[in-house]
Design a protein around this ligand. Sequence first.
Ligand code: GRF
Length: 185
Amino acid sequence: MKKVAIFASGNGSNFEAIVRYFENKDVEFLCVSDKKDAYVFERAKNCGVQSVHVPFKETADFLRANKFDLVVLAGYMRILSAEVLRLADFINIHPSLLPSFKGMHGIKDAYDYGVKVTGVSVHYVNEEVDAGKIIAQVPVFIEEGMSLEALEEKIHHVEHKLYPVVVNNLLFSQKVDYGFLTERV
Ligand code: GRF
């Protein structure tokens, strides 16, 4: 049985997409949040997944006491120290084609810049924000006249399809490719 911790600070839609993808598979999830009242806890309850509030300062102790095959960051709004990053393998999802549009507002920054293609990146986590080795990327085209809201929706749709497959590939050393997501929709 693989053990995976998903760290989220807020909404948790990626958390839910991953957990649903692995329903009836041999993976045990734990929902971890630094925020006591994060909506992700609601989702965890509905999905039947255990959850725990871990204040940011207690993250290292928590990971020393609890071992995971993978730690998945999904809207976790904290920068982890080298000390913490040594305690597990961490991956993150970012709503742009890195290295463009790092930071908190990847979707809006790409939209405001006027790029015609943005997308979703999944990467390993290092001490620098959104800068670890890239694992997978999927493009999202910004059509003429598209609203920011429509772009956000499209990006999140791709995130929810991509992230579970990446997690699956890493946990089970599989090589499902991401081509199924790259067609222009
Ligand atoms: C996602 O857009 C993800 O790319 C970014 O934070 C957002 C989290 O959304 N890192 P949710 O909490 O999974 O709904």
